[in-house]
Design a protein around this ligand. Structure first.
Ligand code: FE2
Length: 434
């Protein structure tokens, strides 16, 4: 007997009427019309069933700390940085861990199956590292957590940061992080990229740097990151996060930079919610948007994943672990309104970040772990439009979160009594779904 059988799913690639059979934690069949007994049956009825959402850029050591020790009243990046400096010495390992576990509950309920979280190593006690390593172990049955050693105050600039970063890697942190634009000078920023890429190559680790998160059109750290990636043979293992300065760069320079990034197999991780909120703050009008050049990176074959970055922390007061919210913002800011581009935005919060994180066995296919999300929407574009409710979240063939369908009861004369927002999907000239 099967553990779980999903009937009548629509998959993100457009296949319809698909059944998904799960046994022993694994997908054993994906096909129409599977007839088999199962302990639990999910009737998808044409709804989208997708692989889990993946958030490849997050800060779990700061999440849900909003209000501690005080609110970010101005809502600016500078007050956020000051607040984080005030909070760091105040919080204990237990507090960081409790908040992170609480956030993981929220993430799971929203269908997130994997998170890459940066963890600040500019704290000699490495409290965040200790807490998140414990969290990684405790959530491993229901969430894949990958940790990046992140020297928030600059690996060269902050005293002891390099030693702390090495200790964090020795303790089991997975990925080498960096923040070259925060080092004292452009040259020291470049040097930090060189040092950190060499370290990653020596240890056989991936790299994910906060890179050029500024509005400075002359910032050149992503160029150095691409060069060092090639020098050390790290192609496909290095991500540049944010890359907001690319928005402001000279077009001629970018025409050389993007092919270099593609040559290096560099991945890009913009964070649409926070980038549109924090960039362009020195501008009057017109104000720059500050999201990196997503359509152009995509066109060059670079893997782009949209990350969330922050939820209710010193830098960002909003957020709710909803990767469809992230895709929705990324779509608007990048003007990705062609139907193919809108569908791609769904990939930017699922399969693309999965590739960037190097997740194995990801996707709805025979032999993969039975991880997927049943959404109250007909297809990926509709899921983004509706920020669709997650009706079932399945991990290793077991339903780990479920939610009632969103239905409004109407009391209007002569009108339907029941309204399901997913019924408002587009139709073609014959009234059929395209
Ligand atoms: Fe970040």
């Amino acid at each position: 007997m099967l553990d779980l059988l999903v009937k009548g799913a629509t998959l993100p690639d457009g296949r319809q009427g698909i059944d998904i059979a799960c046994e022993g934690g694994v997908i054993v069949e994906v096909a129409p019309g599977i007839e088999a007994a199962a302990r639990e049956v999910i009737e998808a009825g044409g709804d989208l069933v997708s692989p889990p959402f993946v958030d490849a850029h997050f800060h779990m050591d700061a999440t849900l700390s909003l209000g501690r020790p005080r609110m970010n009243v101005s809502g600016t990046l500078l007050e956020g940085i000051a607040l984080w400096g005030e909070l760091k010495p105040l919080q204990s390992v237990e507090e960081i861990k409790a908040r992170a576990l609480s956030y993981c509950d929220l993430a799971v309920s929203q269908g997130i199956g994997a998170i890459r979280s940066h963890v600040d190593v500019c704290d000699d006690a490495l409290k965040g590292v200790e807490a998140l390593l414990e969290v990684r172990r405790e959530v491993s049955e229901y969430l894949d957590l990958q940790l990046v050693a992140f020297p928030q105050d600059g690996v060269l600039r902050a005293p002891g940061a390099m030693e702390n970063l090495l200790r964090a890697l020795d303790m089991g942190v997975d990925v080498v992080g960096g923040i070259p634009h925060f080092e004292r000078t452009m040259e020291e920023g470049h040097e930090s990229v060189r040092v950190l890429c060499r370290l990653a190559a020596e240890r056989g680790l991936m790299v994910d740097m906060h890179c050029d998160e500024s509005d400075d059109p002359m910032s050149r750290h992503v160029e150095v990151l691409a060069r060092e990636t090639l020098r050390h043979g790290l192609e496909g293992r290095v991500a540049g996060s944010h890359l907001t300065s690319m928005h402001s760069m000279d077009n001629y320079y970018v025409s050389k930079l993007i092919p270099l990034m593609a040559e290096a197999g560099l991945h890009a991780l913009p964070n649409p919610l926070i980038n549109i909120m924090l960039q362009g703050r020195h501008d009057t009008y017109p104000k720059r948007r500050g999201q990196t050049r997503v359509p152009e990176l995509k066109a060059a074959g670079i893997t782009v994943g949209f990350g969330q970055d922050c939820v209710m922390d010193p830098w960002y007061s909003l957020g709710r672990a909803d990767m469809l919210d992230v895709a929705h913002m990324g779509l608007h800011v990048g003007q990705l309104s062609a139907r193919e581009d809108m569908a791609w935005c769904f990939e930017a919060v699922t399969s693309n970040p999965a590739r960037i994180m190097g997740l194995e066995g990801y996707g709805i296919a025979k032999g993969n772990r039975a991880d997927f999300v049943h959404l109250q929407a007909r297809d990926p574009i509709e899921a983004i439009r509706l920020r669709a409710r997650r009706l079932h979240v399945v991990r290793a063939g077991r339903v780990i979160a479920r939610c009632e369908r969103e239905v409004a009861a109407l009391s209007l004369p002569g009108r339907p009594a029941r309204l399901d927002p997913a019924d408002y999907a587009p139709t073609d000239a014959e009234g059929q779904r395209p």
